[in-house]
Design a protein around this ligand. Structure first.
Ligand SMILES: [Zn+2]
Length: 705
């Protein structure tokens, strides 16, 4: 093994910092975490959440006071890149190895998992993972188990074993594919015993084990094996056309995105037949190379190889026929695609039926996770954005593996029964059962107009807190930037997008809905909240005042609803439209001719829309706020002054004035309006449309008649 402290690598990132490592050198566990974070930082070394690392130390046993060998290993779940001490499990090595004495054979290996708890040394341990035995039976102090695309390409090649032997001159062992578990741990040990002096082991169709006496030696060994594999693949690919070369050329990016945005709601609707799904789209060049290639039709149905890949992407992707959908109207896409989905669901059900065991969990959602649209890109659908995005990343890993394996030999996927045994593994099912319950709006997408601040922002945050993905927007770029920064801080990238939107401009509305389709797959909830107010006596009202109020409030609500309905109809999963109107739609007061009548128009338009859209299962409801003062654009400028003058009070006394004239004597806050919106979309009011909910502290004059 090399002892150099810096090294040139071309295909992997050498990130080891001697100074940082020296500062940790007194503690092997800290070094393990340091090494793990470096390995996890380079996606060429392992996929997100994939692989695990370990080290073995000598500790004082608190019970006996004697020295004991302890293995520290990444626990179940989590990612190497962000691994912390709390993500580790610590187990007595001798106890772990003595489990061999009670092992009843491969048909009973799952019962060994519970016994790992009897080996726990550190009670702060995370649950030991299924890979615990794989590290435990190897004698090395430091061990890395990774899923590098470059090594899996060899591991999934038809004659991978011979290639590995030749490439590593016999210094890397080979263990045929076997589902990870206690037995595979014994097989790794057997491989080492039969091949003393090897530096690592390739697991067929799965990944790599490498090791060293120190954290650094293990790190370097791991990097060298992956670098060598990558180098070998690169030279094999030189001058060769990947995947048999292209059979079609993609249109330019603008056109691709247009096509993707047009089809996304139809795909999302079909994928959401059982549970509402969130989408992700990419036209990454590695994806385009694959989906535009000659070999797509041969390779895609084979499915993926590394268990991590297919657990996230399902047994195989759905491939669209770009010619069949070339000139289909957006409204007719869903119907056109339905037979393809029915075929996929049938294929999945057959896979389940042919592989199931008497004690298998019931069949899961038979809809595809990954959808390939030749020429355009790849969609993925999952219960939330992060899961959909990660599925997309995993399929890119799978594409890399297929590309490498095909370059050096022939790609082989896992046999379907093996894939099934992983997908429907009772231990995997138990993990799913332990997952937290989805939130109220999980899988939903909400667009709230004017949501960079004020009531709109409060509604958007309420929806996001309840599990929805949101499209925040504003016609004021400065306000939108501020709102975006606020959402980024609070929610991170997978929960929202920020789009410029002027409700009076059909083109910006259409662009915002396209962006929603690309980012999340469509839209389920639209809240018309953008607004402004002008309060003037009749004789002072200008035509301009009148026009802008009617443009923003009435035409705005009309145009945004029209665009929303277009998307919702393509999805065919119903939807919710909530219009934030006002008490002024119901109550007549002075100095309010334009605003009050526009609000009344919004209210009646809502009822008209409710009457028209019931057949599409699109509900249209109204929330009537009154006098929401905090953080509202309405209260900037002359409106407050105008209202104060109309009521004969000072501006600063307005909130108290408004509160006093209500039955409950309450000041109304943006959160109160947001709560009312949630009432309509939270699932308990699914049989209500055309309704009005006043949130005004109780104003008898505004009671709905
Ligand atoms: Zn693995």
């Amino acid at each position: 093994m090399s002892s150099v402290s810096t090294k040139e690598f071309k295909y992997v990132s050498y990130l080891w910092d001697d100074e940082k490592a020296a500062a940790l050198a007194t503690n092997e566990v800290d070094l393990l975490i340091y090494r793990s974070n470096l390995l996890g930082a380079d996606l060429r070394l392992t996929n997100y959440g994939g692989g695990n690392t370990s080290c073995k130390t000598v500790e004082r046993d608190p019970l006996t006071g004697e020295e004991a060998e302890v293995m520290w290993i990444k626990g179940s779940g989590g990612d190497l890149g962000t691994l912390k001490r709390s993500g580790l499990a610590a187990l007595y090595v001798d106890r772990l190895r003595s489990m061999k004495n009670v092992y009843r054979g491969i048909d009973h290996e799952d019962e060994m998992v519970a016994l790992y708890n009897n080996c726990i040394f550190d009670f702060d341990s995370k649950a030991p993972s299924i890979d615990t035995a794989l590290h435990g039976f190897l004698p090395f102090k430091h061990i890395d188990h990774l899923h590098p695309d470059a090594v899996i390409a060899i591991a999934a090649a038809k004659d991978g074993k011979a290639i590995a032997k030749e490439l590593f001159k016999g210094k890397i062992g080979w263990v045929e594919w076997q589902r990870p578990g206690f037995d595979l741990g014994l097989k790794l040990r057997q491989c080492l015993d039969e091949n003393p002096g090897i530096n690592g082991i390739i697991l067929g169709s799965h990944g790599l084990f490498t090791w060293g006496d120190t954290a650094y030696e293990s790190y370097l060994n791991t990097l060298e094996v992956i670098e060598r594999s990558s180098e070998y693949l690169a030279s094999a690919m030189k001058g060769k056309k990947a995947f048999g070369g292209p059979r079609m050329v993609s249109p330019d990016r603008e056109e691709r995105l247009k096509k993707a945005a047009a089809i996304a709601p139809a795909l999302r609707g079909l994928c959401s037949a059982q549970v509402k799904m969130i989408g992700h789209f990419t036209d990454d060049e590695r994806v385009l190379e694959f989906i535009n290639s000659h070999d797509l039709d041969r390779l895609a149905p084979l499915g993926t190889s590394c268990p991590d890949h297919f657990l996230r992407t399902k047994i195989s992707p759905l491939v669209l026929d770009p010619v069949a959908i070339e000139n289909v109207e957006a409204g007719a896409l869903r119907e056109k695609l339905l037979p393809l989905f029915e075929e996929y669901r049938k294929m999945y059900a057959e896979y389940y039926e042919s592989c199931k065991e008497p004690n298998s969990p019931p069949m899961r959602d038979p809809n595809p996770v990954v959808i390939l649209y030749p020429g355009v890109g790849m969609f993925s659908f999952a219960k939330d954005k992060q899961t959909a995005r990660v599925a997309s990343e995993f399929y890119i890993n799978a594409i890399n593996v297929m590309k490498g394996a095909e370059a050096i030999s022939e790609y082989t996927s896992l046999p379907r029964k093996e894939a099934f045994d992983i997908e429907y593994w009772l231990l995997e099912e138990a993990k799913l059962q332990r997952m937290p319950k989805p939130k109220t709006l999980s899988g939903h997408i909400a667009l709230i107009t004017g949501s960079a601040g004020g009531i709109g922002k409060a509604i958007a945050k309420k929806m996001a807190d309840s599990g929805a993905c949101v499209i925040i927007n504003d016609n004021d770029p400065g306000r939108l930037e501020k709102g975006k920064a606020d959402f980024q801080r609070q929610y991170g990238k997978d929960v929202f997008i920020a789009e410029p939107l002027d409700v009076t401009d059909a083109a910006t509305i259409s662009r915002a809905f396209d962006s929603a389709a690309l980012a999340f797959g469509g839209v389920d909830i639209v809240v018309n909240c953008a607004g402004l107010s002008i309060s003037k006596p009749l004789e002072e009202h200008t035509e301009k005042d009148w026009d802008i109020l009617y443009d923003v409030l009435v035409k705005g609500q009309f145009l945004v609803t029209q665009a929303a309905v277009k998307t919702m109809r393509i999805q065919d999963t119903g939807g919710d439209i909530i219009n934030i109107v006002s008490k002024n739609a119901l109550v007549s007061g002075p100095n309010n001719a334009a605003y009050g009548s526009a609000k009344a128009a919004q209210l009646h338009l809502s009822r008209l829309n409710a009457a028209e859209l019931g057949k599409d299962r699109i509900r249209v409801n109204v929330v009537n706020p009154d006098a929401v003062i905090a953080d509202s654009k309405i209260w900037e400028g002359d409106w407050a002054k105008g209202r104060a003058a109309a009521y004969g009070v000072k501006v600063e006394d307005l909130p108290a004035y408004y509160a006093k004239r209500t039955l409950l004597n309450e000041i109304i806050l943006p959160e109160d309006i947001a709560n009312a919106c949630l009432v309509f979309v939270g699932g308990l009011m699914n049989k209500s449309t055309g309704n009005v909910l006043n949130v005004d502290g109780g104003v008898a004059m505004a009671f709905v008649r």
